[in-house]
Design a protein around this ligand. Structure first.
Ligand SMILES: [Zn+2]
Length: 363
């Protein structure tokens, strides 16, 4: 098991107006989590900025130029998305951290190994060592559309990372997004592309309004968008059910070369913006499920990129749980014992199965 964290004190230099939930203190929490991981012997590295070429794989060049022009100024891009003087550079660093994470887990030697080993689906024998990277960044990315900033996001960090992996030879990339909000930007960027699978669990109906179960992709990408819309109030057990009946089976069947995670922690019960009731332990358990998928299906390549998470204590606890779960190697982190019953997971799972049973073996 190899785990690298990518973080920077410069993520504090993207400033938002007073009272904004996506605030500088979030970067301080991320840096504290990184310092703690370093003290325990994990590798922590500083990110490089993404290049304009890397961004232009998923963003319109005119849009990148428009964000670049905000340099040195505070600009309101929409009702809740702002820049400060240094935001363009910091947004480049956030997208670059996601690209760096992909580079870390996709070294050339590993790609060659894979092409020799793997003529068909699944692994014939043996499990690869998991090679995981966690990029802790702000601003977040998954609401950013090809040519539009929204929902605190400037560039779509995870989409830039997925496109980079494709350019480096990954044939199939899977993105799992458990941020409490639907990742409209990520879905739209890849909705016609069967080489990037997008799987989202999110509160619904809720901001940004997209993410219904019947949004399953377009054209050649039909079936490669998987939405699990969960009613407000969902608990750990609802997410456990969604993982066991939809997320893990779809990922296993898709058999990605690389597993990316939009690891927002705003479905936490303490989060001030959303209405889900996940405990900190659920984030460790989801990470453990995804680590196991990576071990069995993506040659151990696992990249997590932070998104939202607006209660500082919940952010710290949840990210610490993610790190501990990855550091635990191949021993699984169990789901917290179900304290509350809810049918929200069953409703979402059934809706996803109805929408997608023609495309995936979902029992
Ligand atoms: Zn969110």
């Amino acid at each position: 098991m190899s785990l690298t964290l990518i973080c920077s004190e410069r993520f504090s230099d993207h400033q938002t107006p007073p009272g904004h939930p996506e605030r500088v203190e979030r970067a301080e929490v991320m840096n504290a989590v990184a310092a703690q991981a370093r003290a325990r012997g994990h590798q922590v590295t500083a990110p490089h900025p993404a290049s304009v070429e890397q961004l232009a794989r998923v963003h319109a060049p005119e849009y990148v130029a428009r964000i670049a022009e905000t340099g040195g100024r505070a600009v309101a891009l929409d009702a809740d998305t702002y820049t400060s003087a240094e935001s363009y550079g910091i947004a480049l660093l956030a997208a670059g951290a996601a690209v760096d994470a992909v580079k870390l887990v996709m070294s050339p030697e590993r790609s060659e190994d894979r092409s020799l080993q793997r003529p068909g689906r699944g692994r014939p024998s043996g499990r690869p060592e998991v090679n995981a990277a966690l990029a802790m960044v702000r601003p977040p990315g998954h609401h950013a559309e090809r040519a539009r900033a929204m929902g605190f996001c400037l560039f779509n960090n995870v989409a830039v990372a997925a496109a980079h992996a494709r350019s480096e030879g990954a044939k199939r990339v899977a993105i799992v997004d458990y941020d409490v909000h639907h990742g409209n930007g990520t879905q739209h960027i890849f909705e016609s592309d069967p080489t990037v699978l997008y799987v989202s669990l999110h509160q619904f109906p809720f901001y940004p309004g997209t993410g219904a179960a019947d949004e399953i992709g377009r054209g050649e990408g039909t079936g490669f968008t998987v939405n699990l819309p969960l009613e407000a109030g969902a608990v750990d057990e609802d997410y456990r059910l969604a993982f066991s009946e939809v997320v893990v089976p779809v990922l296993s069947e898709y058999d990605p070369d690389l597993l990316l995670v939009s690891a927002g922690v705003d479905a936490h019960e303490r989060d001030p913006l959303a209405g889900m009731r996940l405990t900190s332990g659920a984030f460790a358990a989801m990470t453990s499920e995804l680590r196991r998928v990576a071990e069995q299906r993506s040659d151990g390549r696992l990249v997590l990129v932070t998104e939202g998470g607006y209660d500082l204590r919940a952010l710290a606890e949840s990210l610490e749980g993610v790190v501990e779960s990855l550091a635990a190697g191949s021993s699984d982190t169990p789901w917290p014992a179900a304290a509350v019953a809810s049918d929200r997971g069953r409703v979402a799972v059934n809706a996803a199965k109805r929408a997608l049973s023609a495309y995936w073996k979902l029992g």
